[in-house]
Design a protein around this ligand. Structure first.
Ligand SMILES: Cc1cc2nc3c(=O)[nH]c(=O)nc-3n(C[C@H](O)[C@H](O)[C@H](O)COP(=O)(O)OP(=O)(O)OC[C@H]3O[C@@H](n4cnc5c(N)ncnc54)[C@H](O)[C@@H]3O)c2cc1C
Length: 449
């Protein structure tokens, strides 16, 4: 049962955002469960402010009443950070969908927290957003900043933090902090936009972001090659990062995910013969075709240059997150290791999971050039932490990270000590305490309050 909110608080919230935007009962259902279906809560209310002033009003009320709040954007997060698991109020930022005119001279744009990444990418014909993720049609600017989203072009443009040129946010007590000038050089104090990037809704609610835009890629070439092992995939990706000047993406997946997409989602095999592992490379500019062909060498490969053909090849990689869902509710772990250990991780992780749960299905895919492997597990044994124990211990033994890009959320909070020292966690807690003394913002996430 959700914790009921006092009627007076519900009335005050309705006075701030308008009665139709305070949802209770069945109307909250769409906000109560995450994209995977693994994280489900029961919020006493969903509050949908329209602008920064309304966000400030809502947070001041919740802080005053000591009511915990979970900020939510597009609800595509994969670590349970946006789900009201402990009866929190959901603060939906989806209606903060104001998108400013692109500043073509500075190649920047200011966007509300609820604007989707696809909408930012379409802001100007000759410009693009440097961050590209498969969930871009739903994932929002606020959520992408809060998770420091990575994705398919990190090797060229960096993650969401690297796109930030300014930020506006509301602290837990309703104070608005805003620094949106977009100056490239500006050493006037603490870089709190960078601090809030990756803070997973625990420090403040992001309301607007000033984002850099990058030149829109022209003359794109996509190559999908079949390889005999993750080690071969890694060697080819390294050759591409060294030798393909316009490289944008180096992505991998394996036969395990592909076979499911072929049998359950109607895709046909991309190459005449099946391969154990696949590498998708994309590059732009003069010479891209020849340089990519040189990397593919004698390996079987499909080449695409038209938008339709490229989309067809990209579907094999971008639909990998769906594959495990055909078998059950997956555990989605995303880990990274130094380049020297990537092949060992990619080749060995399924065996490590089998050691903990012999009946589990493991599907891996991800961003080779970033050292990042997404490990999707459909458990056969109870999901009681044994899978995370196995994968995270393996990853830390390879000097890696338990979260490459999705964050810690609720899913991984208990394993944070594997990745961060006691002194670091104490610092995190002090930062939280300073920005949110009442402890209302996402209390179960990252470093639980
Ligand atoms: C098919 C698929 C593919 C994906 N691919 C990638 C990928 O390649 N790379 C990657 O990094 N991620 C990926 N993701 C994960 C997800 O899309 C990203 O984490 C995204 O940035 C989340 O944005 P959102 O708006 O959906 O946030 P939500 O899911 O709503 O929230 C995510 C977190 O941010 C907090 N939050 C949301 N909005 C705000 C705000 N305005 N202020 C403060 N905190 C806020 C929430 O409390 C929560 O902790 C993928 C997800 C799916 C479903």
């Amino acid at each position: 049962m959700p914790r009921a909110l006092p009627q007076a608080l519900l009335r005050d919230l309705a006075a701030v955002v308008g009665a139709p935007h305070v949802l209770t009962g069945d109307a909250t259902a769409g906000y109560a469960v995450d994209w995977t279906g693994r994280f489900r809560g029961d919020p006493p209310a969903v509050v949908r402010p329209r602008d920064t002033a309304q966000v400030a009003g809502v947070l001041a009320l919740c802080s005053g009443a000591r009511v915990p709040v979970v900020p939510q954007g597009g609800n595509t997060g994969l670590v349970g950070g946006g789900a009201p698991l402990h009866g929190e109020v959901v603060l939906s930022l989806a209606r903060l969908d104001w998108l400013g005119p692109p500043d073509l001279e500075a190649a920047q744009v200011t966007a509300g927290a609820g604007v989707t990444l696809s909408q930012v990418a379409a802001a100007a014909p000759a410009l693009d957003l440097g961050v590209l993720i498969a969930s871009r049609d739903s994932a929002t600017v606020g959520g992408a900043v809060a998770t420091n989203a990575g994705g398919l072009r990190v090797l060229r443009y960096g993650p969401m933090r690297a796109q930030l040129r300014g930020l506006e946010a509301v602290l837990a007590d309703g104070t608005v902090v805003s620094h949106l000038s977009g100056l490239v050089k500006d050493n006037t104090g603490y870089d709190y936009p960078s601090l809030l990037a990756g803070s997973e809704g625990t420090l403040a609610v992001i309301t607007r972001a000033r984002l850099r835009l990058v030149p829109r890629a022209r003359d794109l070439v996509t190559v999908l090659g079949g390889f005999s092992s993750p080690g071969e995939v890694h060697a080819a990706a390294r050759a591409a990062t060294a030798g393909v000047r316009g490289l944008l993406s180096a992505e991998f997946f394996t036969a395990a995910g592909l076979d499911l997409l072929v049998s359950r989602a109607g895709l046909t095999l991309p190459l005449p013969a099946p391969a154990p592992a696949y590498l998708l490379l994309e590059a732009d500019g003069p010479g891209a075709l020849d340089e990519l062909a040189a990397v593919a060498g004698d390996h079987p490969a499909a080449v695409a240059q038209s938008a339709a053909d490229r989309a067809r090849l990209w579907a094999y990689r971008e639909r990998q997150p769906e594959a495990a869902g055909f078998l059950g509710v997956p555990l989605k772990l995303d880990v990274s290791v130094p380049a020297a250990h990537w092949a060992e991780l990619a080749a060995g992780v399924a065996g490590v999971v089998a050691g903990a749960d012999p009946g589990a299905t493991v599907i891996t895919f991800g961003h080779v050039a970033d050292g990042n492997v997404h490990v999707n597990i459909v458990p056969a044994a109870p999901p009681d932490g044994r899978h995370e124990d196995a994968v995270f211990s393996f990853v830390t033994s390879l000097d890696g990270s338990i979260s490459a890009e999705h964050g810690i959320g609720a899913l991984k909070a208990r394993w944070l000590p594997l990745a961060r020292s006691a002194a670091e966690r104490e610092l995190f807690a002090r930062i939280r305490g300073a920005l949110d003394p009442a402890g209302i913002l996402n209390p179960h996430v990252l470093v639980p309050r």
